[in-house]
Structure formats: structure tokens, C-alpha cells
Design a protein around this ligand. Structure first.
Ligand code: FE2
Ligand code: FE2
Length: 390
């Protein structure tokens, strides 16, 4: 590998292209990724000598060789979750997304981080390259050198392969596959339910509640939602009726995080939103169980008490605030979570105020979860579609 790098000129260091050239490059880059995607897929189905591939390989060669000639060489490199084409980050098109995902996943699995094509290729070279790549053992550290050696044995010296660079804090996410994600998600889900239960018990017993633990779990949930929100969202269909409040809190937090992610919140803001959502009904811990679990409708006095839970929540939070994990945004979100834009909700205010964004998000998540969960005093819950429509 070292020898190859020193004998052949690096394709990099080309002058910065104009904007039109850049969009041209991006178009060709997208085309290249799509072609490689199909080739990698094909290699899993047909053997390398199959004649049926001839046409497609020829088409792919046109794209690849056009790029190699245009740029004087071609480097395709993974940096974290992005693909770089000769130092330019490739922006993928909507149609290109699947191909990007596939290429990234397959290369990462095999710990291949960069491929440099130094000269235009012929059909045999491209075939050998794709088949050798896909037959690499997943997760083997030496893959890049094994690959290079294999190509050298076939006297292919125009392709350089480099190992995947691992960036700080990325190791964990890299080796996780879908199934592992599901396991982690399940663990975080139930761990969070347990921790909320703990926090509530401690608050009732006037003990020190461990908000830091809750924050750590919220961070894990944020990480999971960023990776693949569908897995965590799937958890919300686990309905445990006996422990409605705990389950409900975690569900509201997952829905809120999914919304916050779509709104482009930073990880820090998402974590705060997650904590606010986890604790949104914490005020209910001050309401007697008999009232909370009453199977029939509330009388006026009971309703009055129920409507106090946002304020009771704020009171509890203010006692926890010195721990440093709680900030005003979290407190306000909890205060606002039943407050309507037309002030029809509660608590009743003396002066008009904007409902905070956290409050509005939690409110939507809260209503959705309540509507889709069967409760003893309601016959059938709404379907997710009905609830969304409302
Ligand atoms: Fe509430
Ligand atoms: Fe709630």
C-alpha cells in the first residue's frame, strides 16, 4: 500500500472548481454512487464471470472513467457519515439516498474508508474490484491491506484502498446494526420507565431524586432517535396499563424527540426537550392515587386538583433545579403543557403569554399518546391515523 501511494501521483490537490463545475461534479458523483450501489448488489447475486453483467459494467465504466479523466483521478472517501469525492462533500439527491446509505453501510461494515482510482479502468478491473470488495470479511481490521494485496496479485495497481478512519465517539454507532439498535432501544425504554418510577418514588418520599440518571437516559434516547427513529417509535406501542404514567411519560418523550428532530433541534436542545417530556406529568405524583386512577369521571374538586398538576410539577422541578440538570426551558415546558394558544387550557393565567415551543410539542405528543392508549374509562382508543387527524 505504501509503495503504491509513493509511486503514483495523488489525484488530490486539484484546483477549486467553479460552481457550475461543482454541480456537474455532484451530478456525476451521484451517478457514480448509484452505479457502484448496483454493482455491489449485482455481485451478491451473480458470479463475476456472468456475461449478463457486461452491459451494465460498460455503462458504469463510462461514468467512472469520465470522472477519472475529468479530475485526473478519483478518490471516494467516507468521513463520518458523509462521502467525499476528491475532497468535495457529495450532497445526495432524494433518489440517490438509498445508494448512499448502501455504499456507506457496506464499506463501513468492511472497514474500508477510501478508494482511489488513479487511472481509467477496463471491464476486468472494475469486475475484480467490486467482487473483491464485497467478498471481504465484515469487521476485519486488515481488510484494506488484504484488499490491496489481492488487487496487486491480479496486477491491478491503479486502485488504492485505505482503511476506514474512526472518529472520536463514533466507535459505538459504527458497529451497531439494526438488531443491536432494537436491543439498545428496548433497554433504554425500560430503563427509563424504571428511572421515572424511581424519581417519582423519591419525590414522594421527599428524597433526593437522581435527575442526572434521567438526563443520561434522555441523551441515549436522543442518540437512538438520531440513528433511526422508527425503532424507538415502535417501542411506544408497548402499553403497560398498570403503570400508565411511567409508560406515558416515556412515550411522550419519544414522540417529542421525533418532532424535535424534524424541527432541526441540536442534541443539547433535544436532551432538554426529552427531560421536559419525561417529567411533564411529574406533578401528578402529588395527587392521591385514588383520584388519579378513578374509573368514573371527576367531580369538580377532583378536576381542580388534576388541573394543578402542571404547577405542582414546576414546584417539584424548582426543588431539583440546584442539581444543574434542569433549566428554565424545561420548567416552562412543563408549566405550559396544558396551556392552549387561546388560553382555554390550564393553569388559568392572569396575563396572556405565548405558549412555549417545548410546551406545544409536549402537548401534541401528550394528546396523541392519550388518544391512542386504551384507558379504563374509555372504550376503544383512536387509531394512530384518527389521532393524527385530530
Ligand atoms: Fe399533563
Ligand atoms: Fe401527560
Amino acid at each position: 500500500m505504501e509503495m503504491a501511494a509513493s509511486t503514483i501521483q495523488s489525484p488530490r490537490g486539484i484546483k477549486k472548481p467553479s460552481e457550475t463545475m461543482e454541480s456537474d461534479l455532484s451530478r456525476l458523483g451521484n451517478n457514480l454512487v448509484t452505479k457502484l450501489h448496483v454493482l455491489m448488489k449485482i455481485s451478491q447475486i451473480y458470479d463475476s464471470k456472468n456475461v449478463a453483467l457486461h452491459q451494465f459494467i460498460q455503462e458504469s465504466l463510462q461514468t467512472i472513467n469520465a470522472l477519472i479523466k475529468k479530475e485526473g483521478g478519483l478518490s471516494l472517501k467516507i468521513v463520518k457519515n458523509d462521502l467525499f469525492l476528491n475532497e468535495h462533500r457529495l450532497r445526495y439527491s432524494v433518489e440517490g439516498f438509498t445508494s448512499f446509505k448502501y455504499l456507506l453501510t457496506q464499506w463501513k461494515k468492511r472497514l474500508i474508508g477510501e478508494v482511489v482510482f488513479k487511472e481509467p479502468m477496463d471491464e476486468t478491473t472494475l469486475r475484480e474490484f467490486v467482487y473483491a470488495l464485497m467478498s471481504l470479511e465484515e469487521g476485519r481490521e486488515e481488510n484494506a491491506s488484504v484488499f490491496t494485496e489481492h488487487l496487486a496479485n491480479l496486477s491491478i495497481l491503479s486502485i488504492e484502498v485505505n482503511p476506514l478512519e474512526v472518529f472520536e465517539g463514533e466507535e459505538e454507532g459504527m458497529t451497531l446494526h439494526k438488531e443491536d439498535h432494537r436491543e439498545v432501544a428496548k433497554k433504554v425504554f425500560f430503563e427509563t420507565i424504571g428511572t421515572i418510577e424511581e424519581v417519582i418514588t423519591h419525590i414522594k418520599g421527599k428524597q433526593h431524586a437522581d435527575v442526572r440518571k434521567l438526563k443520561r437516559l434522555a441523551q441515549k434516547a436522543v442518540h437512538l432517535v438520531m440513528e433511526d427513529e422508527s425503532i424507538l417509535l415502535g417501542m411506544t406501542t408497548i402499553k403497560n396499563y398498570d403503570e400508565y404514567t411511567f409508560n406515558h411519560s416515556v412515550n411522550v418523550s419519544i414522540y417529542s424527540l421525533a418532532m424535535g428532530r424534524r424541527l432541526g433541534f441540536s442534541r443539547k436542545t433535544l436532551t432538554e426537550l426529552g427531560i421536559a417530556a419525561l417529567l411533564h406529568d411529574i406533578g401528578k405524583s402529588k395527587i392521591p392515587k385514588e383520584t388519579l386512577n378513578k374509573p368514573t369521571s371527576f367531580d369538580e374538586g377532583e378536576w381542580g386538583l388534576m388541573k394543578k398538576h402542571p404547577l405542582l410539577g414546576v414546584e417539584i422541578l424548582l426543588n431539583l433545579i440546584q442539581l444543574g440538570e434542569i433549566n428554565p426551558r424545561i420548567v416552562i415546558g412543563i408549566f405550559d403543557h396544558h396551556l392552549r394558544r387561546d388560553f382555554a387550557g390550564y393553569p388559568k393565567l392572569f396575563r396572556k403569554k405565548e405558549v412555549s415551543l417545548f410546551g406545544r410539542i409536549i402537548q401534541i405528543a401528550d394528546s396523541y399518546d392519550a388518544m391512542t392508549t386504551p384507558k379504563n374509562y374509555k372504550r376503544t382508543p383512536y387509531t394512530p391515523e384518527q389521532a393524527l387527524a385530530i
